[in-house]
Design a binder for this molecule. Structure first.
Ligand SMILES: *Cc1c(COP(=O)(O)O)cnc(C)c1O
Length: 376
């Protein structure tokens, strides 16, 4: 590994990303295409670098949220198929075509427009179609007849994929996933009856893969969280997970100052912390501008010299203070682990999210632009 000379950085394991991708592949089997989701800068692991790793490991499709993210991948040299899941606006159409990105279409007027574009270009354009089977977000809500008719009328474009997204996949006491699946299968059958057979059928993000909901795998899956080593705990009567993945990212920051607060001295904005003993405090080069959740103030922990050290006082924009009275001596320039593992002690995005009252996705995606990235 190259020497690290940053104040605050993440280290991403290429090997672990590859292993997580292959773990998903072996769970779903060779008949199912794994399309890793690298939106939001690959959950802040770095979209271009992660895409390169995944493509080198055999990924033929990647999914992102918007056209701009797709363009970033193309400019980074990624030639795999790229699915744009999060809709597109009129001004994004030229880039969609120029960079050969494949859109998900979410409404019938949009399908008509897209088909006119294909007609004008005089070459077929491929698209995936999203159904709102109950998620209540993007996707078609029309009845089967109407959708079948719209697809048939769009003669200049090619329906390549049919998809939906689950709202409650992790909640095994809810009947919603079964209902969504049923609605999806009804439309799939109506399309088949009209001889419309999309090449790809996809419904599943990480949770339905990880908990083995085979009837929702279709022949393509869209794992995001799992690629980065996470599976959220399911609720209700869930089966045991069939997927084993591990986090690939460690987040570190260096100590800027160490000093001892006398008894009665406060720490940070709002004087939220008061020293009840002489307190050896280390001030870290990380704050909420870097993505440290503000709600970890006086509550969270970091790993310092192999043991958990409490965060004291409020998280500032650029700084965070910790109590290292009980640990090994540390000095300015030494690094601590904000997220990751040191020896037997680990602090992953799920543990941090529980303390901060948020979700692991938000902790990862919150890692700021100022935090450097290192790959090993
Ligand atoms: C983000 C997203 C995914 C990936 O979800 P994970 O839970 O991270 O696996 C899959 N499909 C769609 C439509 C998404 O928006």
């Amino acid at each position: 590994m190259t020497p690290i000379t940053y104040r605050c950085w993440v280290e991403v394991s290429r090997r672990q990303i590859a292993e997580n991708f292959h773990a998903v592949g072996s769970v779903v089997g060779s008949g199912v295409t794994v399309m890793p989701v690298v939106k939001a800068d690959a959950y802040r692991h770095g979209a271009v670098e992660i895409a390169r790793i995944l493509c080198a490991e055999g990924a033929s499709w990647l999914a992102v949220s918007n056209v701009e993210e797709g363009v970033t991948l193309r400019q980074g040299g990624i030639t795999a198929r790229i699915l744009i899941m999060g809709d597109f606006l009129t001004f994004e159409r030229p880039a969609l075509i120029d960079y050969e990105l494949t859109p998900v279409i979410h409404d019938i007027a949009q399908l008509r427009d897209f088909d006119r574009m294909a007609a004008a270009l005089e070459r077929p354009l491929h698209y995936h179609l999203a159904l709102d089977t109950g998620m209540g977000r993007l996707g078609l809500l029309e009845d089967d007849m109407c959708i079948v008719e719209a697809v048939r009328l769009a003669r200049h474009s090619r329906l390549e994929g049919l998809m939906t997204h689950f709202a409650s996949a992790g909640n095994y006491s809810s009947p919603q996933t079964a209902r969504q699946l049923q609605r999806f299968q009804t439309l799939q059958a109506a399309l088949a009856a009209a001889d419309v057979l999309p090449r790809y059928i996809h419904l599943s993000s990480t949770i339905p893969i990880a908990y083995g909901r085979r009837d929702a795998w279709g022949n393509m899956v869209r794992p995001g969280h799992a690629i980065y080593g996470y599976v959220s705990p399911a609720r209700g009567d869930a089966p045991a997970p069939v997927l084993n993945v591990k986090p690939a990212l460690n987040w570190k920051a260096r100590i800027l100052e160490v000093k001892t607060l006398p008894v009665g001295h406060h720490a940070g904005y709002g004087a939220m912390f008061t020293a009840e003993r002489p307190t050896r405090m280390a001030v870290l080069a990380v704050g909420y501008a870097d993505g440290m959740p503000h709600r970890l103030g006086n509550k969270g922990k970091v790993i310092a010299a192999g043991r958990l050290a409490p965060i004291i006082g409020a998280i500032s924009m650029d700084l965070t203070a910790i109590d290292i009275t009980d640990g090994a001596p540390l000095q300015p320039g030494d690094a601590v682990t904000l997220l990751g593992r040191e020896g037997n002690i680990s602090l992953d995005a799920q543990a941090i999210a529980r303390t901060a009252g948020t979700i692991s996705y938000s902790v990862l995606c919150g890692i700021g632009q100022r935090v450097k990235r290192v790959y090993y």
